[in-house]
Design a protein. Structure first.
Length: 428
């Protein structure tokens, strides 16, 4: 169970056809470690990115004692420990379990839940979806069938500010200003009614509850599993199901005794990453440079914090401290100023950590010039870990050449080319 997993082969689809997955999802987890070029890798699912200060300290210790001394924040607000030594799996699992980071060994890879990181902190939004995330996590872990979801299936819980609704969730819940909840499953959207009401449109004051929302999300996830089993193609996500074999979402909601009204919808845009700085009067937001948090940075974040929340933008919301802690966190190398050139710069692992990478993209990304547009550096055409939404793509073609705006750029001229790309208007 703790051994490294081989890559998952697939049968290439014809254009326009759904992929056929020949094997189960081999996405890494906390118990299923991945063998990378720099050692073993563990991916920890953190629903809504939430960690207690004690858990942050445990991860800092684990990174130093078992890994490369750092923790990586993923584009889903999860955490990765890299450079883990051979034979550490059992010890790591025990450490995580003792810290409350493994509530269900059978479900640990399916706890993929992003939620508005500032929910309940800054007076914006229409519901505290952080509470929904905890309830959904408990519901997932309590449902045996949910363990069959792939490690890539994603729930997105948006408090209405629009920050995570556009992150490509397979099931998305959005709190509406009138108290209702909008649920999107696959490409269909429903307005949920509170228990005991006739229709969503007639719900007094729009009082669809978080409990109803969580039940609806779980019902849709199980409906996807039914459809995937019937299709027989090994689909990991609804978008991979063959045409004509998608779930009857409305029927699934009805079977769960949830009143839902179909409503028109269109894919929400992915907003730009939130800027670092204070969040209301009891929280602050900082960015991890290239998504990496050293053990020292982790301990600085945990100091005096009630909790921390890792974000899908490779940042951290620290709950508890006031804004006067920003200088201390900046001294640890965290990004606290929106004008910092490192804001909006992301990169995959690159060499030497990834055997598939063609270049040391993190070294080049660390020298990226500032600009208003986000930029992502990739070591190969897979573009792992890229952010959602508008961005500049910089992709290695070989150790000394990158692809930018469809044209090869010598590494020696890359900084100048990126500077120009980050400041020019993007085509609509």
């Amino acid at each position: 169970m703790l051994a490294a997993m081989p890559p998952t082969p697939t049968t290439p689809p014809e254009p326009g056809e759904a992929p056929i997955r020949d094997r189960g999802d081999a996405c890494p987890g906390a118990l299923r470690l991945h063998a990378a070029a720099d050692g073993l890798l563990a991916r920890l699912r953190l629903p809504a990115g939430r960690l207690t200060s004690r858990q942050v300290m445990v991860l800092a210790d684990a990174a130093e004692e078992m890994g490369d001394g750092s923790l990586s924040v993923t584009s889903r607000g999860n955490a990765e420990l890299r450079g883990l030594r051979d034979g550490c799996g059992a010890g790591l699992a025990a450490l995580l379990a003792d810290a409350g980071l493994l509530p269900s060994p059978t479900h640990e890879r399916v706890r993929n839940i992003v939620a508005s990181p500032a929910a309940g902190l800054d007076g914006l939004g229409h519901a505290d979806v952080q509470l929904w995330a905890r309830a959904l996590d408990a519901a997932l872990c309590a449902e045996p069938r949910a363990a069959a979801l792939s490690g890539r299936f994603l729930f997105a819980l948006d408090d209405g500010r629009g920050d995570v609704a556009g992150l490509g969730g397979d099931v998305t819940l959005v709190a509406a200003p009138d108290g209702a909840v909008l649920l999107t499953a696959g490409t269909e959207t429903f307005r949920l009614a509170a228990p005991g009401t006739a229709t969503a449109a007639s719900t007094p004051a729009g009082t669809a509850t978080g409990t109803t929302a969580v039940r609806a999300a779980l019902a849709c996830a199980l409906a996807f599993l039914d459809a995937a089993e019937a299709a027989g193609t090994g689909a990991w996500r609804p978008r991979e199901l063959p045409a004509g074999q998608h779930p009857d979402w409305a029927a699934a909601l009805a079977r769960a005794a949830i009143t839902a009204e179909p409503v028109p919808s269109s894919p929400p845009p992915a907003p730009p990453p939130p800027a670092p700085g204070p969040l209301g009067d009891r929280a602050l937001h900082v960015l991890a440079p290239l998504g990496r948090l050293t053990a020292g940075r982790l301990r600085a974040l945990a100091e005096g914090a009630d909790e921390v929340r890792l974000t899908p933008w490779r940042g951290v919301v620290v709950v508890g401290p006031s804004a006067d802690r920003l200088p201390a966190l900046a001294a640890h190398g965290l990004v606290t100023d929106p004008a910092d050139a490192r804001t909006g710069v992301t990169a995959c692992t690159g060499t030497p950590g990834c055997a598939k990478s063609l270049a040391d993209v993190r070294a080049d990304a660390a020298r990226a010039p500032g600009g208003p547009l986000p930029v992502h550096y990739s070591g190969c055409e897979r573009r792992c870990g890229h952010p959602h939404g508008t961005r500049i793509e910089v992709t290695a073609l070989d150790p000394d050449t990158y692809l930018l705006d469809g044209a090869p750029v010598p590494r020696t001229a890359l900084a100048e080319a990126v500077a120009a790309a980050r400041t020019k208007p993007m085509e609509s």
